[in-house]
Design a protein around this ligand. Structure first.
Ligand SMILES: Cc1ncc(COP(=O)(O)O)c(C=O)c1O
Length: 257
């Protein structure tokens, strides 16, 4: 038997191209029509994004979710929620999308790269080696659907008083020892870009079970604008970007769920 790989002249396993991915169907069209007919595509006055956030959180069994415009935005929202002081070090992965790293730099924090293991996820021993007195958070990346060793990461983080952010952009609905990734650390971010498990074309979602991070998380995607009832005087609470999701993305996201 010829055991050579196809690239080396062996017999190809596939002779046809992979089917074109078609992630959208009737339900997306239905909800998009509904959103457009409502004459309102703004998340704060419409219902799609709010419902998408509510149901995404429910899906992960956490109380809080904040939608945003991309996975990069979702990671930024997670970091913004932590309110790190400038110069903080954030330990993260050297093999990932730039969307993991850019938000760290935008927050005037310093990315510090821990080596990855055979599964292409961060090696807890190297995370430990990277810790200094300026380390404030560990931003783990569950790359290629592979879960980081979260038991070890959480043990390190809890013993050193560090936050843990999970970048779940490539690991939607992935379980680690029975628990969904994104529900183990303090806060988690998901990309909803076209190539991801579920998609709104572009989009992001940040989730947390921590009530103390939830308000800042929501504010951070909306210029820090305290526009919700009960949030006090309407003002800009702190420096933050506008990462609002539109009702169009919200409609598609709901159908995808
Ligand atoms: C691990 C990881 N983090 C962050 C991102 C950024 O997501 P987006 O492209 O939606 O901004 C991606 C996107 O590919 C990703 O794979």
């Amino acid at each position: 038997m010829d055991e050579r790989l196809a690239i080396d002249g062996g017999k190809p396993v596939r002779t046809e191209p992979f089917p074109v991915r078609a992630p959208f169907g009737e339900r997306e069209t239905e909800l998009l029509n509904q959103a457009v007919r409502s004459q309102n595509l703004f998340c704060h006055t419409g219902g799609m994004v709010k419902e998408f956030e509510r149901r995404f959180a429910e899906h992960y069994g956490v109380p809080h979710a904040a939608a945003s415009s991309s996975g990069t935005a979702a990671v930024h929202v997670a970091l913004g929620a932590l309110d790190l002081e400038p110069g903080s070090e954030v330990i993260t992965a050297p093999i990932t999308d730039a969307g993991t790293i850019v938000p760290i730099v935008y927050q005037n924090a310093i990315p510090v790269f821990a080596d990855v293991d055979d599964g292409c996820t961060m090696d807890p021993r190297d995370i430990e080696r990277c810790i200094t007195d300026r380390t404030r958070a560990i931003l783990v990346v569950h790359l290629f659907g592979n879960a980081c060793d979260m038991d070890a990461v959480m043990e390190i983080a809890r013993s050193r008083g560090l936050f843990v952010i999970e970048d779940c952009s490539q690991a939607h609905r992935t379980r680690y020892r029975g628990r969904l990734l994104g529900t183990i650390g303090d806060v988690a971010a998901f990309s909803l870009q076209q190539s991801k498990h579920m998609t709104t074309g572009d989009g992001g979602m940040t989730v947390t079970a921590r009530d103390d991070l939830a308000q800042r998380m929501t504010l951070f995607s909306d210029k820090g604008w305290t526009r919700k009832p009960g949030w006090g005087r309407r003002t800009y609470a702190f420096l933050a970007p506008n990462y609002r999701m539109t009702e169009l993305q919200g409609a598609v996201g709901l159908a995808q769920l």
